[in-house]
Design a protein around this ligand. Structure first.
Ligand SMILES: NC(=O)c1ccc[n+]([C@@H]2O[C@H](COP(=O)([O-])OP(=O)(O)OC[C@H]3O[C@@H](n4cnc5c(N)ncnc54)[C@H](OP(=O)(O)O)[C@@H]3O)[C@@H](O)[C@H]2O)c1
Length: 268
């Protein structure tokens, strides 16, 4: 049995909430009766998603069209919801790109760290503190299974996700006695537009998870565990990989990722 998210309060904030896993969480919040604040870049899709939630669940939905890779993103999001208390926060937005690390553009590196690390950290601190003061709340950070082990050709993304996972797992303990449920989720192979654009070849090997399954699996851990690997198939794979000698595991991952991104190893 998962908790009804309305037990936390009245408002949810979801970054990257117009599509994919973010929209899945937004929909689950709306279905449980929470009003929802959504952040994403493309205004048209954002507005369509917001309207869908209003029509289907009768909740209040507000939107902010914003590129979260920008350094000012945190201030703009904080201002956007400054008149309400955020009871459920889903830090979902991320920036990822494959390739050889030394060929990355410095501007892409900066964007990736800005959104995956700086924004996620500031959001966790700001809204986490407000939840602590209220003595209630849910803070859900979306990481990735790639953050569990070294991931050649996805080096920076996986490193930023390792940061999100470690940070969130530590906060889980600190917040336990303040009534705030903290959870990091580590999805993989979830059928979203972002994932499908990567490489459809990998899908057969581990099988795909739907967004709904990813969200439901995550919520089973909320209030109980610090972390959730959402995809059972890849969960087993990663556990086996972690049991291997490190060098062997990295060679295995690197070989796999190189094959996966063969078509996409362009400089970004
Ligand atoms: N799907 C998977 O298998 C998988 C696996 C591991 C981890 N994850 C993690 O899960 C999260 C969501 O991934 P997803 O697969 O659901 O992605 P997705 O289908 O591409 O959806 C991404 C969402 O974020 C928004 N977004 C993207 N870049 C943004 C930016 N710079 N500023 C503001 N909004 C932005 C998108 O809208 P706009 O494009 O209009 O901005 C969209 O609403 C990410 O943290 C990702 O790292 C996913």
């Amino acid at each position: 049995m998962t908790k009804k998210l309305s037990e936390y309060g009245q408002w949810a904030l979801v970054t990257g909430g117009s599509q994919g896993i973010g929209y899945g969480f937004a929909e689950r919040c709306a279905a449980d009766g929470l009003n929802v604040a959504l952040v994403a870049r493309r205004e048209e899709i954002l507005n369509e998603s917001a309207q869908q939630l209003r029509d289907q669940y009768g909740v209040e939905v507000r939107t902010l069209a914003l590129d979260c890779t920008k350094p000012e993103a945190f201030d703009q999001i904080a201002e956007f919801v400054s008149d309400v208390h955020i009871d459920v926060l889903v830090n979902n937005v991320a920036f990822s790109f494959p390739g050889e690390f030394v060929e990355f553009k410095m501007s892409s590196i900066e964007k990736c760290i800005n959104v995956n690390v700086v924004l996620t950290t500031k959001m966790s601190r700001h809204f986490g503190q407000l939840m602590k003061q209220k003595g209630k709340g849910a803070l859900i950070n979306v990481s990735s299974l790639t953050g569990e082990v070294a991931m050649p050709y996805f080096a920076l993304y996986s490193a930023t996700k390792a940061c999100v996972s470690t940070l969130t797992q530590s906060i889980w303990f600190e917040m336990k006695d303040h009534g705030v449920d903290v959870l990091v989720i580590k999805p993989d192979q979830t059928a979203t537009e972002g994932f499908m654009a990567m490489n459809p070849d990998v899908l057969e090997e581990f099988g795909l998870q739907t967004v709904e399954e990813c969200v439901e699996e995550s919520l089973k851990s909320l209030g109980k565990e610090p972390a959730c690997m959402t995809q059972p198939m890849t969960r087993d794979h990663i556990n086996k990989t972690r049991a291997m000698p490190l060098g062997e595991a990295i060679v295995q991952n690197g070989t796999y990722m190189k094959k996966m991104f063969t078509q996409q190893l362009e400089t970004v």
